[in-house]
Design a protein around this ligand. Structure first.
Ligand code: AHM
Ligand code: MG
Length: 335
């Protein structure tokens, strides 16, 4: 049996690549790693104990909070508070950003933005969910409280981003701007083991992922692109195949490994789409670009958007570069 490198070992080995203070990233990622293991343990028992279902409370965006959403939010928050490197977080589950006003964290150099449990409506039916995280260096002076400007940084400024997918196996995938690396959790020893080093997306693929139930509301460019995906053409391997889990991380992860395109477009009713720029699209876009994929709002790179508010939404297109190029052509032609 082969022995894999562990996430802890790999991070230490790669510390030299991290542009800023070296030990800080290791400490930070190890907090995320610990929280991921705890959340994983709870998700695995989800059918057995009373932790599934809705709390009866709506989050700031008017959606039902699931019990596990809240649990995951607390676990990640507490794991991060325990580290002096982080001075604040913003979370999809919190109305406002949180400043960690303890002795340790006041001088922390980093902020974390996260979606602690994305796709949580899938938990009750045993479908994959994920945690998404995004890390920035703070821009406000240290030793004072963090400010909104620390959280509203353009996505290109991320120093690290990643996700945990709680799927048929649990994986942690991250980037610090030097490629994308994936680690599979071995529950028998409680360790994330390197399984996917330097992930790159195939230049093209045969999978398109979109909630087609919203078809009539899609912009014309998206409708035309979907018809293109469904047409027969040997030279481009069409028709493509449709795969949509409804769990962003699971859909993105599959397309990253197999090649494909994921689209959550705007509609007349929701002109900015559904997905959140800061907690979902920016971290995925950073990973996507690092893996050779593209991530845009249908026209321009997600990572260049200057955020204006914490819970901002944005149309989201991400996937294999050749498929994205074609989607962009349709968006432009039928704008
Ligand atoms: P959530 O953060 O409330 O879980 O919503 C985000 C999820 C994504 O994981 C997924 O891609 C999308 O919502 C699915 O939305 P829809 O059901 O409209 O297709
Ligand atoms: Mg989400």
């Amino acid at each position: 049996m082969s022995i894999h490198k562990t996430l802890g070992e790999f991070i230490i080995e790669k510390q030299a690549d991290f542009p800023h203070a070296k030990g800080e990233l290791s400490a930070l990622l190890s907090a995320i790693k610990l929280a991921a293991k705890i959340v994983n343990r709870e998700i695995n028992k989800a059918g057995l104990v009373d932790i599934t279902g809705a709390t009866g409370v709506e989050n700031v965006q008017g959606e039902q909070q699931q019990k596990l959403d809240m649990y995951a939010n607390e676990i990640f928050k507490n794991a991060l508070i325990a580290r002096g490197e982080i001075c604040g977080i913003a979370s999809e589950e919190e109305d406002n950003y949180v400043f960690f006003d303890n002795k340790n964290s006041r001088s922390g150099n980093y902020v974390v933005l996260m979606d602690p449990l994305d796709g949580s409506s899938n938990i009750d039916v045993n479908v994959s969910v994920g945690t998404i995280f995004s890390i920035y260096r703070r821009v406000s002076p240290t030793n004072g409280p963090v400010g909104i400007e620390d959280f509203l940084q353009v996505g290109r400024k991320q120093v690290a981003a990643g996700y945990v997918i709680y799927g048929s196996s649990t994986m942690l995938v991250y980037t610090t701007g030097n490629g994308v690396h994936g680690f599979t959790y071995d529950p028998s020893i409680g360790v994330f083991c390197l399984s996917h080093e330097s992930l790159t997306i195939p230049k093209s693929g045969r999978i398109y992922s979109i909630n087609e139930g919203n078809y009539v509301k899609f912009p014309l460019g998206v409708k035309k692109y979907l018809k293109y995906c469904q047409e027969e053409d040997e030279s481009t391997n069409r028709p493509y195949t449709s795969r949509y889990i409804g769990s962003l991380i699971a859909d993105f992860h599959r397309n990253l490994l197999k090649g494909g395109i994921y689209i959550y477009p705007q509609t007349a009713q929701a002109p900015s789409g559904k997905l959140r720029l800061l907690y979902e699209c920016n971290p995925i876009a950073f990973l996507a670009e690092q893996a050779g994929a593209l991530a845009t709002d249908g026209f321009s790179p997600i990572l260049d958007i200057k955020p204006t508010e914490l819970h901002q939404r944005v149309p989201f297109f991400t996937g294999s570069p050749e498929m994205m190029d074609t989607a962009h052509q349709f968006m432009k032609e039928f704008e």
